[in-house]
Design a protein around this ligand. Structure first.
Ligand SMILES: NC(=O)c1ccc[n+]([C@@H]2O[C@H](COP(=O)([O-])OP(=O)(O)OC[C@H]3O[C@@H](n4cnc5c(N)ncnc54)[C@H](OP(=O)(O)O)[C@@H]3O)[C@@H](O)[C@H]2O)c1
Length: 180
């Protein structure tokens, strides 16, 4: 099975993943039917591990819920060398060139990766390392915040796999990278 790097993320209409204060409360502004997970469970079933930026890791750590991941989480950071004791068997700090980080993760048998966090996704995109995007648009314009996308040196073409609409409000687009 070839390695694959996937993004599954929600954004505002204007393309932010968090508001100006880093808040994500707006992600839940639309009620969806009980039991509807918008494909998240199936997506998670098909990944081997997560690669997450330190900010996203710390955000998830701060949630008042049990650790939500059953797969290993590799935390990209140049400042974090120690994972809190409570999560040492679930999360692992990594740093260095992305291609080297990926090489190390692949060598450990994790090939299908969920890439998460704004800066992190942007650094993967800048090296053309994202193969799949699943983007759910929340019907709000935030006017600022943490953007999903940033400047790139080159265009990246994707093909549209499909679009789903949830609760008549949430638009989920699925794209696959097309490399010539
Ligand atoms: N809307 C959604 O579905 C969604 C999903 C995920 C996250 N979020 C939100 O997004 C925010 C976090 O995103 P973010 O853009 O601030 O950051 P992020 O990607 O989660 O974390 C950025 C940090 O990751 C590390 N990092 C990233 N790329 C690296 C690389 N190539 N090499 C080494 N370290 C690297 C750096 O940590 P060091 O500074 O330690 O070096 C960097 O400061 C949070 O507010 C979170 O709630 C929203």
């Amino acid at each position: 099975m070839p390695p694959k790097n996937s993004v599954y993320i929600a954004t505002s209409i204007d393309g932010y993943i968090a508001d100006k204060d880093g808040g994500i409360d707006w992600l839940d502004m639309v009620s969806i039917p009980e039991g509807e997970d918008m494909g998240y469970y199936a997506f998670m079933e098909n990944i081997d591990a997560l690669v997450m930026g330190r900010n996203s890791f710390e955000t998830v750590l701060g949630f008042d819920v049990d650790w939500p991941y059953t797969k290993p989480v590799f935390v990209l950071s140049n400042s974090l060398s120690v994972i809190p004791k409570s999560h040492r068997e679930k999360a692992f700090p990594v740093s260095g060139e992305l291609t080297e980080v990926l090489h190390m993760i692949h060598n450990r048998g994790f090939l299908r990766l969920y890439i998460d966090g704004g800066v992190t996704i942007q650094s993967f995109l800048s090296e053309d390392l994202i193969d799949e995007l699943i983007l759910t648009t929340i019907p709000i314009i935030l006017g600022g915040g943490i953007p999903l996308f940033g400047d790139l040196r080159q265009r990246l073409a994707f093909e549209h796999i499909g679009t789903k609409v949830f609760a008549d409000q949430l638009i989920q687009r699925h794209y696959r990278r097309v490399r010539q």
